[in-house]
Ligand binder design. Structure first.
Ligand code: G4P
Length: 494
């Protein structure tokens, strides 16, 4: 049994991510939260992990990004007897898949919206992942110190664009030049004009159960830059955001309060030093307590392993820890044993669900550009895919390897890293591709026929699952119409 104190440790954890469209103010808000937690002492200490496409070569930017993102992968701090873990998400949309995976390791999310712009594309996509997982979300309407959209229009925008009910918790005394402070609405503030009050009364009261079910988003207004409305958000957040939630494994649901330790790997960070092939595998602890130098089972490898230097992340410092609890993220130094989705347990054979691959948006054939280095290339591609940098498909027709990504920059990252870390050279060959979908059917005969007739479009992913690679919307529509019992999925988990 976990002791009373240990259970309390778990209950006080709040593990979340801040998501936004680039430039909405995620870095600034993160920094202000860290300042409240006393985790940093000066503004400007948190570096934005944005990659700005500038005149400098992209590789430089990529390396910089990797350097920054390891430091800010997880930022832990204590606030009012709560332990908060903020998980960082990449700022650049070409790394959206990393963000999707990070969202599988959080118990809730704060969405930052630029009040001059309203809901933007990347926020919309990320919200889809939250909806799939019923992740509770809070919304911070930022930059109220600038002239922006009307606050009621902003809330309508969230409701419509993000498909979630909203209720405002705080309000401000104006926008732009009139903006001065933010306050909690239910305190019967005299600063609220009667007509505003009437409009505000149309929103439902905050219902914690609806929030926890992912149906209702409490909304806050403020300015991260001017540190207005941030403490109100933080206080409400720690009081209402969920402590670690139960996690679904294929075998059963795992409760955070269970005695036995379980966790899964949601991110692998390769070493910046190409001479040492060591990585950090980031594990979300799903249940119990993790202890240093204790044997755990690597379920995929059926192997016992122990870790002498696990790290946790306090503020921006990486520290070796002796123990960590459900809700925490531990970084385990690794030399290639782990891949994304791997499970560690105290002994049980568990496989956590919910680390789906999403249908990539760009596809290229990868070719070897140095015939002497085929082995290096194969190894590099294999390891980078395990790390989750992109997805690999193998065409059934000709055995050619296809790499699928969400953005052009990922191809550049792969090429650069293959060269610098694996001493291998690759070439990209463009291909016409519309969508990759994972297929399944209850009708085995129909599935067999489909795979035979559509052989030129069939591929397998790295787990050996069948993938239909449609080169146009027309081809996909035809297939869907002609084969009624076959289901076409745009994520690998259904
Ligand atoms: P991101 O991580 O979401 O990409 O956004 P980030 O915090 O880096 O903020 C983007 C820009 O918006 C920054 O300006 C930042 O100072 C500004 N900003 C953030 N919050 C507010 C706010 O509440 N009010 C106002 N007026 N501006 C805000 P920058 O010019 O790109 O950088 P900097 O020179 O100010 O650092």
């Amino acid at each position: 049994m976990l002791s009373n104190t240990e259970q309390q440790e778990i209950l006080k954890r709040r593990t979340f991510a801040i998501i936004s469209h680039p430039d909405a103010g995620k870095t600034t808000l993160t920094e202000k939260l860290l300042l409240y937690g006393g985790a940093i002492h000066v503004a400007g200490a948190v570096k934005s992990n944005k990659i700005r496409k500038t005149a400098t070569s992209d590789w430089m930017e990529i390396e910089k990004q990797r350097g920054i993102s390891v430091a800010t992968s997880v930022m832990g701090f204590d606030y009012n007897n709560y332990h908060i873990n903020i998980l960082d998400t990449p700022g650049h949309q070409d790394f959206a898949e990393d963000t999707f995976r990070t969202l599988t390791a959080v118990d809730s999310v704060i969405i930052v919206i630029d009040s001059a712009k309203g809901v933007e594309t990347q926020t919309r996509r990320l919200m889809e992942v939250c909806r799939m997982r019923k992740t509770p979300v809070m919304v911070f309407m930022n930059k109220m110190d600038r002239e922006g959209k009307d606050p009621f229009d902003l809330m309508d925008d969230v409701e419509k664009e993000l498909g979630i009910h909203v209720t405002p918790i705080t309000w401000t005394d104006g926008q732009g030049l009139k903006f001065n402070r933010s306050f909690v609405i239910k305190n019967n503030e005299s600063a609220i004009a009667p007509e505003t009050n009437d409009l505000l009364s149309c929103y439902p009261a905050f219902d914690k159960a609806a929030y926890l079910a992912g149906d209702l988003a409490p909304v806050f207004f403020g300015s991260a830059y001017k540190t207005v409305g941030v403490q109100e958000l933080l206080d409400f957040f720690v009081a209402n955001a969920p402590s670690p939630r139960p996690v679904e494994a294929i075998e059963r649901q795992v409760d955070p309060m269970e005695d036995a330790f379980t966790g899964f790997c949601f991110k692998i960070h390769a070493n910046m030093d190409p001479n040492h092939r060591s990585c950090i595998a980031f594990f979300k602890i799903c249940s119990g307590k993790f202890e240093r130098n204790t044997y755990y089972k690597h379920v995929g490898k059926n192997q016992q392993m122990r870790f002498s230097a696990p790290t946790c992340f306090m503020a921006q410092k990486k520290e070796t820890v002796d123990e960590a609890y459900a809700g925490d993220i531990v970084g385990l130094p690794d030399t290639g044993n782990f891949k994304i989705g791997d499970t560690l347990t105290s002994g049980e054979n568990l496989h956590f669900k919910g680390l789906p691959s999403f249908s990539p948006e760009m596809f290229k054939y990868i070719e070897n550009a140095d015939p002497m280095k085929q082995k290096q290339l194969d190894k590099g591609v294999h390891q980078l895919m395990d790390e989750g940098v992109a997805q690999l498909f193998v065409s059934q027709l000709n055995g050619r390897k296809i790499i699928g990504t969400v953005g052009q920059l990922q191809f550049e990252v792969i090429q650069y890293r293959l060269e610098h870390e694996y001493n291998a050279k690759c070439r990209w060959e463009n291909m016409a591709m519309y969508k990759a979908c994972w297929i399944e059917s209850d009708d085995a005969e129909e599935l067999r026929m489909f795979k035979m007739r559509k052989a030129q479009y069939m591929a397998t992913d790295k787990e050996g699952r069948d993938v239909f690679m449609a080169d146009s919307a027309y081809v996909l529509n035809m297939a869907q119409n002609d084969y009624k019992h076959i289901k076409f999925h745009f994520t690998s988990e259904f």
